[in-house]
Design a binder for this molecule. Sequence first.
Ligand code: ADP
Ligand code: MG
Length: 683
Amino acid sequence: QIEFIQALSLPGKKPPKEPELSEKERKKQSIAETKKSLPIYPFKEDLIQAIHDHQVLIIEGETGSGKTTQIPQYLYEAGFTEDDKKIGCTQPRRVAAMSVAARVAEEMSVKLGTEVGYSIRFEDCTSQRTVIKYMTDGTLHREFLSEPDLASYSVMIIDEAHERTLHTDILFGLVKDIVRFRSDLKLLISSATLDAEKFSGFFDDAPIFRIPGRRFPVDIFYTKAPEADYIDACVVSILQIHATQPLGDILVFLTGQEEIETCQEILQDRVRRLGSKIKELVILPVYANLPSDMQAKIFLPTPPNARKVVLATNIAETSLTIDNIIYVIDPGFCKQNSFNSRTGMESLIVVPISKASANQRAGRAGRVAAGKCFRLYTAWAYKHELEDNTVPEIQRINLGNAVLTLKALGINDLIHFDFLDPPPHETLVLALEQLYALGALNHHGELTKLGRRMAEFPLDPMMAKMLLASEKYKCSNEIVSIAGMLSVNSAIYYRPKDKIIHADTARKNFFVPGGDHLTLLNVYNQWEASDFSTQWCYENFIQYRSMKRARDIREQLVGLMQRVEMELVSNPSETVNIRKAITAGYFYHIARLSKGGHYKTVKHNQTVMIHPNSCLFESLPRWVLYHELVFTTKEFMRQVTEIESKWLLEVAPHYYQPRELEDSTNKRMPKAVGKSRAELGEH
Ligand code: ADP
Ligand code: MG
């Protein structure tokens, strides 16, 4: 039992006498009626008029008012796609682009990928016929490379602008420039929150079109004391709501797939044990890597007399609107990419959300009726520990990829690029330095031939470099498989709680000397040898969907390799070359063994450790390369490969000095120095 205290209510109008539509009624409602019920609908004519009157328009409206799904359709009906031009709409998140495109295709009764389509990294679901195209902001950023004036678009909507992702921020500068010489292009900046004034200022005082919200009051509750384990607190709160509150669906905000799965398992287990003592609880997860058929389930109406619980990442904060949510549970955290420009270290960490985010989350409970938001932190913490606003991504992440794309667009002077909020100077300089070290820029800061080829790939510059270096090391066939596997950002290995020992044994059977990159290659190759079999995945505790995605990504990359005239060559017996090619891209990510099984990064002397899931966890080689750092209890290196220090002088002579790489001993440390998994408290 968790004790909550009520603090305040978000204002809103009184609920109507007959609160919300019953599920049956809702089902009966045709799509047309649903569309008419959206807050944006009464403003349709005015909005179109405003778009005719102004080249740039800022649109502000609360989440769920219909901006993303309706505006492109209004524009289509108003004839903006005549003369063979498209309406583009960017989304910060992949899932949102896919889900919204699917919804709009349904509303327009067309097949997804025909008139209505989407395009995300590694996946293009559009055709010649596509007139409404949803895409991620990153995809549009890349489209500039092939179409710098966006000639095929009549309208471009930069949607969810308040999210302030890196790509959205860069797009602001790019589109602002384009509207100056393409007077026929309409630009809409749409946002859910209060940044409208700021956007308007940036776009030379463009007018703001406000869609009045229709929000019902939301009562906010805080915990009396801080919660030590917020997953457990979520489970308890869900069951508490289910047992004591009137029907109405629950939305829970968690930080990522793993957490969602853990929460789902615990919840399912408790529900099973409670048996028929409680009403039916439909538990649905939603996160970026969830297959789209599963994602679609969150939008299905809740069965009568049951309650739906949606376990979601930040995606449900503003990008996706799930109808009929009455209760929100907010533990107050999200996962954020963070970058230390002093050390050049990047890692994914769980951080407290901002007040602005907390209020967005709470608002999700008041869309269809009066709602309740349970914050799993104290009122004191809200007041004193949360920042007012989330820092825009451009000010806190590595800019390597963005800088490479901008350079490829011919924008050389990045210091004077028109940023809404400029990135810190050091971050920009560091990105330039890194691209220089990778060989993508020359000492004048101009793109080299290698840099131009790297920019062809929608990859982090380090990975692009690794791929291009594989040509020289005659192992491009192997490296492209590794790149595909590394780019799947969901788990490859399946580890069900009731079969942990079997799963871990299966995983260890894939281990090969050299490290995790070669192990991933081994998994891929064995799967290929099984003819990409589902059964094989099942027997080896491998996630079939992740593998399929790795194969898709691999195919895309092979296509791009052909474009830059790279041959697919193979040298399966030679693992040193494969590891050298990886090092040629990732020589920034090197650590050396120091005392007590800890590692120190070579350039910045930061303490890091091998992740317990790595195949090198127990062997502790002297020199390692890592793909990424994740911070949980400590700074862990994930996807680790053993290298020899002399390779660094071979692949990055301008970056490493022989002195830095001196080895007092080349011997391995004894096994006993490694800490056990249990000691690390990690699984
Ligand atoms: P906004 O962009 O203003 O936040 P949206 O256009 O995303 O609003 O949402 C408008 C409505 O469309 C919401 O009621 C939402 O529930 C509904 N909707 C969006 N996507 C789907 C979907 N995939 N299935 C069913 N309904 C959806
Ligand atoms: Mg939207």
